[in-house]
Design a protein around this ligand. Structure first.
Ligand code: 13P
Ligand code: NA
Ligand code: ZN
Length: 318
């Protein structure tokens, strides 16, 4: 059942868990996420990034995605635009039936340099002014989360941590429902290089921002753990993924306890998909039937999502 982000995260706040927001770029991946939600009796956020899909026609892709989501009536589902860069990205998503949009105006669309606070707030406010009357939730971003969606090296030095005073001011100026905060994570499949770094999430920062923004829900981006076993399977079957370290499942649970209510994950599901697809193709070199090739990939994706739902505490809540 389609739901707004605000409604889903209000439930999560009451139940003290987080809802996973899983990136999908094809209908098979969306089915994997939604089947996992149904099997886990979990609320879920299905999210798509503009310009990042397996198809050429965005409008058709989003229409099919919306239609698919509507078929899953047993669990609450938020259909969310992830990392909208422009006002136009958000309007297209709203027109295609998304129930939530992220406007990520933390970097200038012209120069890709960090945007000023005022630029970010103005661009975000403009989206809220359009989305709110349409009944669509809005997520904004403050600070700079490290790394890149496409897997370019994310290093901790790139992170500009969220500032609690600015977070309060940003919400007052924009009226966002949810706020992505830079609290120690980094995007993509190449994250941090040392295992001994220990605690990376700034739990005290999460707790402070949360205590000062009781009606705004905090979002953790770049939340993949980059499981070593998935990387090993990929690399044992012809892949070349650089081993690295993300945020551990235990740290994410601590983040949820400190007040994170939405956890964005793309990479871990992609690693699971790639591992199972590579393994199948190498072990079955004569099979050309796509259904046989895709079944293990979809299964790997679904199992990873289901595991995260249990870790985030959302399983059994729907
Ligand atoms: P990962 O690259 O760590 O999966 O993060 C995904 C994300 O933040 C999408 O918005
Ligand atoms: Na998002
Ligand atoms: Zn992100």
């Amino acid at each position: 059942t389609l739901q707004t982000l605000r409604a889903a995260l209000a439930e999560a706040e009451a139940g003290e868990y987080a809802v996973g927001a899983f990136n999908v770029s094809s209908i098979d991946q969306a089915i994997a996420v939604l089947d996992a939600a149904e099997a886990e009796h979990s609320p879920v956020i299905v999210q798509s990034i503009a310009g990042m899909s397996a198809y050429d026609n965005e409008s058709r892709w989003w229409t099919r995605l919306r239609g698919l989501v509507e078929e899953y009536t047993a669990v609450p589902v938020v259909l969310h635009l992830d990392h909208g860069r422009t006002y136009d990205d958000c309007v297209r998503a709203i027109d295609n039936g998304f129930t939530s949009v992220m406007i990520d105006a933390s970097r200038s669309t012209d120069t890709d340099e960090p945007a000023s606070f005022d630029e970010n707030a103005a661009a975000t406010r403009r989206v809220v002014d359009t989305a709110a009357p349409a009944g669509v939730s809005v997520e904004g971003e403050l600070g700079t989360i490290g790394g890149a969606e496409a897997g370019v090296s994310g290093i901790v030095e790139e992170i500009v941590f969220a500032d609690p005073d600015q977070a309060v001011e940003f919400v007052a100026q924009t009226g966002v429902d949810a706020l992505a905060v830079a609290v120690g994570t980094s995007h993509g499949s190449v994250k941090f290089t040392d295992a001994a770094g220990g605690q990376r999430l700034r739990l005290e920062l999460i707790a402070e921002i949360r205590s000062r923004l009781p009606d705004t829900f905090l979002v953790l981006h770049g939340s993949s753990s980059v499981p070593a076993d998935a990387v090993s399977v990929i690399n044992a079957h012809g892949g070349e993924v650089r081993p690295s370290y993300g945020i551990s499942p235990a740290q994410k649970s601590q983040g949820v306890a400190a007040g994170i209510r939405k956890i964005n994950q793309g990479t871990d599901s992609h690693l699971a998909w790639s591992a199972e697809l590579r393994r199948f193709l190498q072990e079955n070199p004569a099979v050309v039937e796509p259904s046989e090739q895709l079944r293990p990939a979809i299964g790997g994706f679904r199992a990873m999502v289901a595991q995260r739902m249990r870790e985030f505490g959302s399983s059994g809540r729907a």
